[in-house]
Structure formats: C-alpha cells, structure tokens
Ligand binder design. Sequence first.
Ligand code: ADP
Ligand code: MG
Length: 268
Amino acid sequence: MQPARAADTAPLFETIAVSKSFGGFKALDDVSFHVRDGEFVSIVGPNGAGKTTLVNIVTGLLRPTAGEVRFHGRDIAGIGPVELARLGMARSFQLVNIFPALTVRETLGVAVASRLRRVGNPFRSLRRDERLQADAARIAEVLGLRPRLDTVASTLSQGEKKLLDIASAFALDPSVILLDEPTSGVSTADKHAIMEVLVTAAKVAGVRAIVQVEHDMDLVERYSHRIVALQEGRVLADMPPDAFFADPAMIAAVVGTRPQILKGRPDA
Ligand code: ADP
Ligand code: MG
C-alpha cells in the first residue's frame, strides 16, 4: 500500500470539526482528521485522549455532537456499523469481539453471510453453501488462520483471537479498515507477527486504507505513513513518523512519560 499524494485525491474519509460530549464532558473537541487512498494512519495518545471515541464516530457507532463525518464525500454521521460496512468500512474492537463457542470457520462464515446478505440461519447456510465455505476458508488463509478453521474461538491463543477479530473485519470485504488496538494484550513477538499478517492481508484483499489505534511506538514508527496524536480530545499533531519521532516532547506527551525515559529507544 502506497499513499496517494495529497494533491492527487480527495480523502477516502474525514471528520470536519467534530466534537463529542458525554454529558458535560467533552471527549472530542474540534477534531478534523482525514485518511487518503493508500494510507496507513496511526492514532496515538494517552488513555482517555479520545481515540476510541474518534473510531466510534468515524465508524458510525456514535453520532458527533457537532461537526461532520464523510466517507467518499458522503455524510455518514451516526449511520451505524451495518450500513457503513455495506459502503466499505469495517472495524475491529479494542476488546476482542468474538463468539467464544464458534469455530473460526463459523465466525468467518457468519461475517461473510452478513456481507452477502444471506438471510435465515447462517449456520445452516454455512454447511450447504459452497460460496460461504470457500470465502471463509480464503479469509482464514489470508490471515494465517487456515490450520485453525475448525478450532473453537475460546481455545485460540490471544494473538489468534486478535487475528480472528481482524479476519471478521476482512470478511466484510472493506475498502477501509479501522483497528482499535489490534495488538493489545499480546507479546512483542506476536505484535510484529500480527502487523505483518495485517499489512500483507490488506494488499491481497485490496484494502485501500488502514487506520489503527496503537500504543506500541515501535509498531507505530515502522508501519505508519502518518501519525495523528490526540491529547484531551484535541489533535496535538498530524505528521509523518520521521517528524513525530524527531520530537521528544511530542513522544512524551503521547506516551505520558518524560523524554529522558525514551533514551533507551534504539533509534532515539
Ligand atoms: P481512549 O480510547 O483514547 O483511551 P476514549 O475515547 O475511550 O479514550 O475516552 C475518552 C474520554 O471520554 C474518557 O475520559 C472516557 O472516560 C470518556 N468516555 C468515553 N466514552 C464515554 C461514554 N460512553 N460516556 C461517558 N464518558 C465516556
Ligand atoms: Mg481506547
């Protein structure tokens, strides 16, 4: 995936001056944010900065208190995740959102059935429907879960659960994918493996942009074309990784540590 140059394309999606209040508390304040074709964008910031709220607004799960949300130029504020998936946007959740009793094949089959608008009992369809079977197997293959097709989700490793959650988003055949902390709760080695699988899968599946919320700064630096840093609901920075990581104060604001702690970074 290579980002299009700024002048070449309109954003795939954007928020324009979005604010979101919960009661008297302003979780997002005047956030303008966009993603272009080919981009891998990381949203970073300390706990409570508003990252998940922004993802929820961009994916139509929450309606902004003020401002606009556009996908392919169309106002999608509060449209809801099902309708948005039909337009080509899919997401995974910060806390994995899988059904523990279903196998990998069943989980992906249900997602594919919803994309194909198969009505009725998706499990009966899955047994009978070769298209569903083939699609579920293809997506498992792309996300490295083929050997686990008949494994019950609850017995997968944490890394495999994360991949299954991501695979369910891929099953919707999206053009844009948003991932809320795709590697949280897994080992450093597994984090890198998940990111490699994700980036390769996006190429194979023709995903045009990836947005992730991520805390691991090594992953952010390695994979992002652009970093959007939130602090107390506002955009603190929106810049390429080389500019971001050249600024110790910026890193400190985002990670919530003092700059000298970062001296241990291999390239700091
Ligand atoms: P992050 O993902 O960056 O850690 P969130 O977007 O989850 O932050 O939350 C931002 C702020 O908004 C936090 O202070 C959180 O407590 C608050 N918040 C989020 N969702 C709600 C909600 N549904 N009701 C009330 N407050 C909320
Ligand atoms: Mg969050």
